[in-house]
Design a protein around this ligand. Structure first.
Ligand code: NAP
Length: 178
């Protein structure tokens, strides 16, 4: 099912209907399986990524394979806002906790997609290109990993549930093919 869905996306890509095609929640073994079954490597893989959930093995694999690693839930759905380490670093840089976490993802080479329903917060989350976290602070945030998922854990999904996404123009459209 997963390989069949991906082959359908490959066709759309070859026909020029999609500029790029990608997947979501694929761990290394899912990507390896796809490589065996299909011809086109995904252009992007969207995976949970925040200080508590650093999917670094997948990130590294994606880098080696030329797959853009996109991190979702970068604010851990708000859980980072009460974290003492995040708050301390935010105070040091005179930035908000959200900006610190978005910046941390970016400095780790991750395409990050914070979400807010509020215009001012969307703007705030974008204002992260005029400062840089020092190595020690990157490491302190990196040390917060505890393996928790704020979304779901796709590691043991072997069947048809992992979703395949397609990217149209510059917009990411995530479509589940469950
Ligand atoms: N592929 C997948 O399986 C998958 C799974 C989960 C999520 N995602 C995607 O990932 C993206 C974001 O993830 P997410 O929504 O799960 O979590 P998130 O971006 O980590 O957190 C969103 C929460 O943080 C709040 N927030 C955002 N900016 C803020 C700020 N500057 N100050 C204070 N609060 C702020 C939002 O509330 P307000 O809206 O009230 O500002 C919302 O409650 C979404 O586009 C989502 O579709 C993908």
């Amino acid at each position: 099912m997963r390989a069949d869905t991906w082959r359908a996306l490959e066709e759309l890509y070859k026909e020029g209907v999609c500029r790029a095609i990608g997947v979501s929640n694929f761990m290394v073994h899912h990507l390896e399986q796809l490589k065996e079954d299909c011809s086109e490597v995904p252009h992007v893989n969207q995976v949970e990524y925040h200080p508590y959930q650093q999917t670094n093995r997948v990130k590294e694999y994606c880098r080696e394979e030329g797959i853009v690693f996109e991190g979702y839930s970068p604010l851990a759905k708000g859980q980072v806002f009460s974290d003492p380490t995040v708050l301390q670093i935010a105070e040091k840089y005179r930035r908000t906790p959200a900006q610190i976490c978005v910046r941390w993802s970016i400095q780790n080479g991750v395409v990050t997609i914070p979400k807010s329903t509020k215009k001012e917060r969307i703007q705030e989350n974008c204002q992260v290109f005029d400062f840089q976290l020092e190595e020690g602070d990157l490491a302190a945030l990196g040390g917060l990993h505890d393996g928790r998922h704020v979304s779901w854990n796709p590691t043991n999904i072997e069947g048809h549930q992992a979703s395949v996404s397609k990217i149209l123009n510059p917009t990411v459209c995530t479509r589940g093919f469950a």
